[in-house]
Design a protein around this ligand. Structure first.
Ligand code: ADP
Length: 169
């Protein structure tokens, strides 16, 4: 890698592996917004090297939530999950980069904060499964489904991050 060399910059850009376009959905849940954790959570994804391509704040409807959590609607905790997730605004983001789906899950930590290692978002900022601060898609297919559910295509931006050749080959 020759930093500052024009030709090397263009070469690394044009040969970049297509999986740097992988995208995932991350949401700061109402407890995270109320506790003013939005900035710290965004900072972790920025400093890791991922690229923000979509961001919005909204009050979630029960309808959107039932689609988002379609596999959980028959769970005993679902009614309290709806109360929690509709208790205030959420901040929803789409992050892009190499292996971003799996890396985001690792950064967020296990569903139950009691099992989440220190250094993960849930391990650092939460103690109970019912208030675990953040969401991250759990698979490539899940990410695609959730991104389509929460965002319109026009609200996701394709932009070149000037340091991309410093974070991936
Ligand atoms: P994850 O958010 O880690 O992908 P799940 O999809 O299994 O986990 O669950 C979705 C969300 O439902 C969790 O993040 C949490 O907010 C809530 N939840 C899951 N299990 C429980 C539970 N036993 N009690 C209360 N809330 C729960």
């Amino acid at each position: 890698l020759r930093l500052g060399h024009g030709a090397a910059w263009h070469r690394s850009k044009s040969t970049a592996h297509p999986d740097v376009k992988e995208r995932t959905l991350v949401a700061v849940k109402p407890d995270g917004v109320q506790r003013r954790l939005v900035g710290q959570i965004i900072q972790r994804f920025e400093q890791r090297g991922f690229k923000l391509v979509g961001l919005k704040m909204l009050q979630v409807s029960e309808d959107l939530l039932s689609q988002h959590y379609c596999q959980l609607t028959s769970k005993p905790f679902y009614p309290s999950l709806v109360d929690y997730m509709t208790s205030g605004p959420v901040v929803v983001m789409v992050w892009e980069g190499h292996n971003v789906v799996q890396s985001s899950r690792t950064m967020v930590g296990p569903t139950n904060p009691a099992a989440a290692p220190t250094g993960t978002v849930r391990g650092d900022f939460s103690i109970h499964v019912s208030r675990n601060v953040v969401h991250a898609s759990d698979s490539l297919e899940g990410a695609q489904r959730e991104i389509q559910l929460w965002f319109q295509g026009k609200d996701l931006l394709n932009w070149d991050c000037c340091d991309q050749s410093l974070t991936v080959e």
